[in-house]
Ligand binder design. Structure first.
Ligand code: IMP
Ligand code: MG
Length: 373
């Protein structure tokens, strides 16, 4: 597939010439029906609509007048919400006319809202909206969009007049922003360190895939899969689940080529598992970028785990089980740190503080890793 680079980002082919041409033919005939025998004033919204407007103009056979309106709301790949008029249209060119606005794309609808507000002041006889592309999931307004060429998902696109920081307008087809690979890392720490809470927040903020072996086990056990039944017998005793079972569960998830990045929680728990994981990742062309350890003092861990046992009914509700789990952690799991230290992938974060404070520390580390890679 032919990818292109614009500034710092990569784009992949998305909507071809034929599809665009079809959408324009459809729009042209809809506007034709609407016009009856009246002259339409097309208000072309610059800059993005210049190619669309030209093609639409060529396929539209009735009398038409073209006016140009220039607004700006986007910076980079996000809408700023603040729409400015850079080139205006004289009121008498709109007054008592049948007006059709030509938009390249409607995203949040902020630009459209401003256009409708400003053009309405100029008292057109009627005002309709035509857009080549429409992102229904991003749209936050109630205005009806009268003529839609194509609905698209909430992706950032370029080409055919649309830009990323002014580049890409001259591409004859539409390209979509390629999801940049983020980071695959292990969130590490003893039971009770807050890995689950933090991973959940990071997952939502960064769009990562969260693999918690604890949740995986519970899911398989609840659905009584063969893997789940095997896992259960070990968990009930407070022991570790054998590697083959866990590996099979993980393999299933990381095979999805569309994931942006992975947070591992609760795996690897042994050096042997770490070696397994490296191999498993390599098979998929992936690599563990980091191990980030959450450090929390032991007394605090025991307190947290006792509390959690009381409220959630998890299997760690007595001091004996907790001690057993912490011992296992020190003996078998903690050496995993050394394994990643040797690869220069070890990072640590102070795990005591508010959830937000700890999360910010994690984000700082993740960003520093992203910057290096
Ligand atoms: P809205 O105000 O959020 O609806 O955004 C409308 C304007 O933002 C469009 O006229 C475009 O200039 C720009 N825009 C929105 N989505 C995209 C996109 O996916 N690619 C390029 N520009 C976009
Ligand atoms: Mg733009």
């Amino acid at each position: 597939m032919k990818e292109i680079r614009l500034h710092d980002k990569t784009f992949v082919p998305y909507i071809n010439k034929d599809k665009i041409a079809q959408a324009i033919a459809k729009l042209s005939s809809q506007i034709d029906d609407y016009a009856q025998d009246e002259t339409i004033v097309f208000v072309v919204v610059l800059k993005g609509s210049f190619i669309f407007a030209a093609d639409l103009a060529k396929s539209y056979n009735k009398n038409a007048i073209f006016e140009f309106y220039r607004l700006k709301s986007y910076e980079g790949t996000t809408s700023t919400g603040n729409v400015q008029i850079l080139v205006d249209i004289d009121d008498e060119l709109i007054k008592n006319k049948k007006v059709v606005v030509i938009e390249d794309i409607v995203d949040s609808g902020n630009t459209l809202e401003k256009i409708i507000e400003e053009l309405t002041k100029k008292q057109p006889a009627d005002l309709k909206i035509a857009t080549l592309f429409y992102k229904p999931k991003a749209y936050t307004k109630d205005f009806k969009i009268d003529f839609v060429g194509m609905e698209i998902p909430n992706d950032f696109i370029v080409g055919y007049g649309l830009d990323y920081n002014e580049l890409g307008r001259n591409l004859p087809e539409i390209y979509r922003l390629k999801e940049e690979k983020m980071i695959d890392f292990i969130l590490f720490g003893p039971p009770g360190a807050g890995k689950g809470t933090q991973a959940q927040i990071l997952k939502d903020k960064l769009g990562l895939t969260y693999i918690a072996t604890g949740d995986l086990f519970r899911h398989h056990i609840k659905n009584q899969t063969p893997l789940g039944q095997k896992a259960k017998s070990y968990i009930d005793k407070g022991d570790l689940v054998p590697d083959e079972i866990t590996i099979d569960m993980i393999k299933e998830i990381i095979s999805d080529p569309n994931i942006k990045g992975i947070i591992f929680d609760g795996f690897p728990r042994t050096v042997k598992q770490a070696e397994f994981l490296d191999k498993l990742m390599a098979e998929k062309g992936l690599i563990i970028d980091a191990l980030i350890a959450l450090n929390v003092p032991e007394e605090r861990l025991i307190k947290r785990l006792l509390q959690r046992g009381q409220t959630s009914g998890r299997s760690d509700d007595n001091e004996q089980t907790i001690k057993h789990r912490l011992d296992l952690y020190h003996q078998k799991t903690e050496p995993v740190k050394e394994y990643y230290k040797k690869q220069n992938k070890y990072h640590e974060v102070h795990g005591v503080g508010t959830i937000e404070e700890v999360n910010q520390r994690l984000l700082d580390v993740i960003n520093s890793i992203k910057l290096r890679s």
